[in-house]
Design a protein around this ligand. Sequence first.
Ligand code: ACM
Length: 643
Amino acid sequence: GLTVLACLLLPLTMCLSLATAADLAIIPAPSKVKQAKGTFKLSSKSTLGGGEGTDALLNWIASDINKASGWKLQRAELAGADLAFSVNPELEEEAYSLEITSNKVQVIGGSSKALSLAYQTLRQLTSLYIYGKEMGSRKASFEFPCLTLQDRPRFAWRGILVDVSRHFQTKEEMLRVLDSMAMVKLNRLHWHLTDDQGWRPEIKAYPKLTPKGKPHYTQEDLKEIVAYAAVRGITIVPELDTPGHSAAIVRAYPELGTKQADGKIGRVLNPAKEETYEFLETVYREMAAIFPSERFHIGADEVGMGAWKKNKECQALMKKNQWKPHDLQTYFVGRCQKILAKQGKKTMAWDEAFSGEKTAEGLVISSWRGVEPGMEAAKAGHQVVMCPVSALYYDRANSRSKANPAAYSVNTVNLHLSYFFEPASPLLGDAASNVIGAQGCVWGEKIRSGDHLHRQIMLRGAALAEALWSDRSQLDWNDFVARLATHRARLDVATYPYWWEETTVAKQVAVVETKNGKQQLELPATSDFAPGLNEVTLHYLKGPGVVTVLKVELLDQQGKVVAEDAHPYQLTVDPRRSAQFYLLKAPDNFSAKNSKLRISYQGGEQSCSMAILQLPPLPLDDYSPRSGPDSAGNRAAQKQPDE
Ligand code: ACM
């Protein structure tokens, strides 16, 4: 009755706002949802109940509701509780269901992790003041629409990398990162804890790694952060970057560096000395006691092997085995794998560590130099996490407008790149199952504050979360952008900064189904096309095939080509920005009315649908002089897109 009355008093659109699943603004979009009439209304008298293994979870939920409402919800037996959380081990680990009726919220999950994910969905279903501390002053009420919902993720690894070496992030900021990740069901924090600029985790056996005055985490801090993550369904995978990126180790313990003929000590660990492995074994043991993650990251990226060539022990080992320097790296990685295996851990490493058949079984690869190295590793039977620079490095600017904070590179990593990112290209065939997910990476060189860190992650992380959680048949850019308005309001209440610049958000021109063979497709150009710079970008949406785009042209109302950009771009394989953007310079007298966009592509036997997007042109003065489409920086980046 009350709902009906409320509807009579509210504008029609608001009444309809709970009418469709899309309007629930759940991010990532859930697998299945069916709404019913009515709502469940939470009150100070509502009770919480949980089955076995849910105690920590219920404590957190109670404190979260307390923070927002001031209420202290009491516990009750599971069967009689108003909000009942129970585990059904027959469900997948992260699968859950919700059943909301006017008198009960029933949550069933495959594990306590899944229940934690389900709670995030509940938060998204109610007043956004659940994210804040001021419900009282807003007179908000926490109502939940009656519905049944089933949900499960597509990928197990939905991650964010945070680098705390280049600029340290405090424990409090890290907890805020974890809260924001949990909001959108991101479940892996790849924590880049060490690099040349600083070693951050306390190691009791090697106190010189964290000298006085250098910010670091005590082991107590680390345990607290790990526990905070766990209750939110997040696993923290520590990365201790070696044998390169190890200047901080070598500064503290020069004997572990690579001594060269001239006496200089290289910043790379010496893989030919047993002391190196004794050091690592001790360090891993202390860290393994703190991080329960089954995977442990050893780095192995960008190793400056020059120092090895000038080192006595390395020279001897290479000579004895007829190795090249890269074989020394393979040897180092294999030794680390053995040490970690003894401690019950699987080893992860960056894609430089993959060396085909020489790579020991079980090495998990983080593919950052594009997706191709990861595809190779997946075909060779290795698990892979995709995190290509060009699509998922979140230290890059969000757009090319000059309003962006200083970024590490002129290349931009726009929101839609995360949304359309497909970690498991259809070209992988059966090897696709080795791709366990993807992650956005925030390297710390330019990240000077917690707020800057959050701003880089926030909306791109939400877009990636949907790409990795939802089925591709559910992906819909326009719908996502609409839901993002609600999501930004949540972030406002939760006081997270985020990057949102309406004029730089890509607009969908069309979604088309591809055909076999060489094809030409003509579409009306939307009214956003204008004289000056126009950019078109094409993305794989779904389906068993992939296509290679060959050319994009802009035609005026007489059908005359007024701008064109011809270069091949294979969807899902080549996310380089130079390839995915087609730059069309329309003449001053161009009018979008009755004009057309013509797209030439080579389709495969199997089809896919592709989304055609446009980056609306900015006024020329609004482009960053570093990275605008016409800047020298951008032209250089187009030639050398992956840095
Ligand atoms: C990396 O960006 N060096 C993994």
